[in-house]
Design a protein around this ligand. Sequence first.
Ligand code: COA
Length: 254
Amino acid sequence: MSIVGATVNGIARVEIARPDKKNALTAAMYQSLADAIGAAHDDSSVRAIVIHGQKDVFTAGNDLEDFMKNPPADMNAPVFQFMQALGYSEKPVIAAVNGPAVGIGTTMLMHCDLVYCADNSVFSMPFVSLGLCPEFASSLLITLNAGYHKAVEKLLLADPISADEALEMKIVNRVLPRDDVFDFAIKQAERFNQLPPASVRTTKRLLRAGWKSMTEKIIADEANSFGAMVRSAEAKEAFSAFFERRKPDFSAFS
Ligand code: COA
């Protein structure tokens, strides 16, 4: 079981639990994440959802082997099911991040409502260095949060983002000592147990209404490009280089 769900005191805890592969996400794991969020939605005793990894890793992003063998076929692919469930969740979603949050590991945070991270967190969006492009509105949301020039550094050059920089860039709410992140996220989530749920749902919807249509448009645009690029020779070279533990060589491409 690489996705572990448990509901405790009104909070659906969703753990990404594949630590031997740094919690790299496969299609099957995306489906389990989508199902876990769907179950939390349907369970009227759940007031909020917490997504987390372990104390040294949130997720290394998409499993690169799975990308090579099983690239997302269309917008019904499990990764879309997950991101739709996350993006359209009526209940608040809180992320507790420790260690690396790579690729979709950073993108998904932009669709969460509250993000708490450890001082050992490192965020990155290495889509370009992998021969890919941004996904799930990260190109829009990072620009809205941090401004265009910062977005260029993080998306075109794929510079990693430390916990303090993530705070400056407004992609996390708070930086905490690594041992405290999960408990703090749970405490914040439990605050929703004391709030009127219909008011929480309506306010969340209104908070997002202004950029909803922009987000939907860019997600479709990114998906078109991403679908082609994940099958490209540039991406194959980048993925092979990762597993061969060498630098990719893009000199033959024009
Ligand atoms: N896909 C598939 N396997 C992955 C993976 C990924 N995204 N990330 C890590 N792994 C595997 C490694 O291949 C290794 O497997 P092995 O023990 O069988 O050789 C294991 O997880 C541990 O990874 P390792 O790189 O040795 O850990 P690290 O602590 O040195 O580095 C990361 C951690 C996350 C910084 C590094 O693994 C990394 O950069 N991963 C790729 C991230 C990425 O490009 N994601 C895709 C974004 S779209």
